[in-house]
Write a protein of this length. Structure first.
Length: 635
């Protein structure tokens, strides 16, 4: 067991440093966009925003967070079932395959091999390695649970084991791997439906279940308290499994997806307050007799602050899923601020707490410096709070400018210059967060090499295990096959309502007058557009409420509502979630000059000083021509 957990934690720490440094580079680019012009031309293809953003997201989500929680899962399930880990070599191999898959996928993204889909951008070799890792882990954990000596399964086991069942299905369905393993099999608006079935379920049935599951493992052992309420744990787990998978369509509110699907997403997003409140209240009540430990126990304060951030971001998600709120805030910097509070705050803090709790038991050494750990906590809290507030305020400013459609306000003035001071604050906050994690990694290395030795199982550990076991009356009695059956049944509900029915409806859609079948040159230009990451800054989805209202250069010139037929031949669809640059659904109607488009691609600051857009001067002339031919189709 220890080998697999050590490999997971140590590799996760390396990925963490890479991910946050890439995030800091993106913040610097937003605050000082001219910096890209100072980089050597040969280096620009590998440091430009569109590619770095994809790597940043994948490294932090699927490398840092996932590997840390997998290490925690491998450690926690044997302890909660009171048995030895079965097939340890499978667990070690799984962590190895996971790292290989992430390495291949992120190198591929830097080389331009991208699916062009949020949370699903890595190409097929990464999918292959990750699915092999899932099968190996599922085999090892199933075998471990089957031979358990603790027959009643703690709710933490349910959360953690459910993650291993749900996540591979989410990847296979969301990416369409059951239809085509190599390339994206979906087109039209259903591609977006499938993408957000994957994207939001990764958050709800992977990170949430792993984070809450590890909290149910750690908190009782730290506080020596049993699980507070069996009923709250039941409500929290199963309402999460039923409500969360249906919320993905709230990313396309008032857009070209069926109205009933949007309504379902909004209703279930609001209902998410039930599982969140049930789980968080249950965990808080386990801590309430020992609030004093917040000042002395690094694990508990990281986990509790992480849970608090998770609660806040969940309530925020329910709020922004309302139609009138989404109209105002969607596409703005509010959205990445929301994501950062979830992944960089809530789940990252729980993951850090997991390492603080388990590492001394793995290496039989105390943490090298409690002072360094305290600095790590406070700098991390200050840093992520600053990141969240900077992006949130910038998003509010951008939304106000768009909705007010200020006459004569250029896009760069409304979006870039208006948010400049907040982007400077973002850099400072990001730097604080980076320093915190560097201190964390230093403490990890120093603890392994110089930490004071501790017994493998201290008296405190024994008392903690006994305290956690005292709550066995609040554990589940069901057998492992019945557990898996329940999890598949709840997941099937989501598959039918939010995946299968929209897929059937999409097949009935016919192409319309605005549906474009691309020529070979236009298709090549679109592929280059995706390869260079242009889609991460430019949406191609004018919503009904904003059609002919939002300003780019003059009031109403964003264009007409883009109906589902427009996307009939598009694979993938490029709705995206941000407008760091103008929406391009009708780009050619606004800038019809071929010369202007080509020169703008090569040196955008020449036309829009201060723009966030990177110069694509490194592209050969034939590639620039192909991209412009693609832009001609956006009318």
């Amino acid at each position: 067991m220890n080998r697999a957990v050590k490999l997971a934690f140590l590799s996760a720490a390396c990925w963490l440093l890479l991910g946050i440094l890439l995030g800091l580079w993106m913040a610097v680019h937003f605050a000082f966009p001219e910096i890209i012009y100072k980089a050597p031309v040969d280096m620009r293809p590998f440091i430009e925003y569109g590619k770095i953003r994809q790597v940043h997201v994948n490294v932090l989500a699927f490398a840092w967070l996932s590997l840390t929680f997998l290490g925690g899962l491998i450690y926690a399930i044997p302890h909660m079932t009171k048995t030895a880990l079965q097939h340890e070599k499978c667990a070690v191999a799984a962590i190895g395959f996971w790292n290989i898959g992430l390495l291949a996928g992120n190198i591929g993204l830097l080389m331009g091999y991208s699916r062009g889909r949020e949370y699903a951008s890595m190409f097929w070799p990464a999918d292959l390695f990750l699915l092999i890792a899932f099968l190996l882990l599922l085999y090892a954990m199933t075998a471990t649970i089957r031979v358990r000596t603790q027959q009643r399964m703690n709710v933490g086991v349910w959360y953690l084991y459910g993650s291993l069942i749900w996540m591979p299905l989410i990847i296979v369905l969301g990416k369409g791997l059951y239809l085509n393993f190599i390339t994206n099999p979906f087109s039209g608006y259903f591609d977006n439906v499938a993408n957000w079935f994957l994207g939001h379920n990764i958050l709800g049935l992977w990170f949430t279940t792993l984070g809450i599951g590890m909290s149910y493992f750690m908190i009782p052992r730290i506080t020596h308290q049993p699980v507070y309420s069996h009923y709250l744990s039941v409500i929290g787990l199963w309402s999460l499994a039923v409500f969360y998978p249906a919320v993905g369509a709230h990313h396309t509110l008032d857009g070209p997806v069926p109205r009933w699907l949007m309504a379902e997403a909004t209703v279930f997003s609001v209902l998410m307050v039930i599982p969140v409140t049930a789980a968080i209240w249950n965990l808080y009540k386990m801590t309430s007799p020992r609030w004093d430990l917040l000042w002395t126990d690094n694990t508990l304060r990281f986990v509790l602050v992480g849970l608090t951030m998770y609660m806040l971001v969940s309530f925020q998600g329910s709020f922004q899923a309302l139609m009138f709120v989404s109209k105002y805030l969607h596409f703005s910097q509010w959205v990445p601020g929301h994501a950062m509070l979830a992944l960089g705050g809530g789940f990252t803090f729980i993951a850090i707490g997991t390492i603080y709790y388990i590492m001394p038991k793995l290496f039989s050494r105390h943490w090298w410096s409690d002072s360094l750990a305290a600095w790590h906590f406070w700098l991390s809290t200050i840093g992520i709070t600053g990141i969240f507030l900077s992006l949130t305020v910038a998003g509010l400013v951008q939304g106000a400018n768009w909705q007010n459609a200020i006459a004569g306000m250029h896009w760069v003035d409304a979006v870039v210059r208006a948010s400049h001071p907040h982007m400077v604050a973002l850099v400072l906050s990001g730097l604080t967060f980076v320093i915190a994690q560097v201190l964390f990694v230093i403490n990890i290395v120093a603890s392994i090499r110089h930490g004071e030795q501790v017994e493998l199982m201290t008296k405190e550990d024994v008392l903690a295990e006994e305290g956690a076991a005292a709550g066995k009356v609040f554990a589940f009695e069901h057998s492992l096959p019945r557990l898996a059956m329940y999890m598949l049944a709840t997941f099937s509900f989501a598959v039918v309502t939010t995946y299968a029915i929209p897929a059937i409806g999409a097949k009935e859609l016919k192409p319309g007058p605005q549906s474009v079948q691309y020529t070979a040159l236009q298709a090549r230009g679109r592929a280059i557009y995706i390869r260079e990451g242009c889609l991460w800054c430019h949406s191609q989805m004018v919503r009904n409420a904003e059609a002919n209202e939002i300003t780019v250069f003059r009031r109403g010139d964003i264009g007409n509502f883009t109906s589902p037929e427009v996307y009939y031949y598009q694979n993938p669809v490029l709705f995206e979630q941000h407008r760091r640059g103008p929406d391009l659904s009708h780009a050619w109607a606004r800038w019809p000059s071929e010369f202007w488009q080509k020169e703008h691609l090569k040196d955008p600051s020449r036309f829009n000083p201060g723009t966030w857009m990177v110069p694509f001067s490194y592209l050969p002339e034939s590639d620039v021509h192909a991209v412009v031919e693609y832009l001609k189709t956006l009318r």
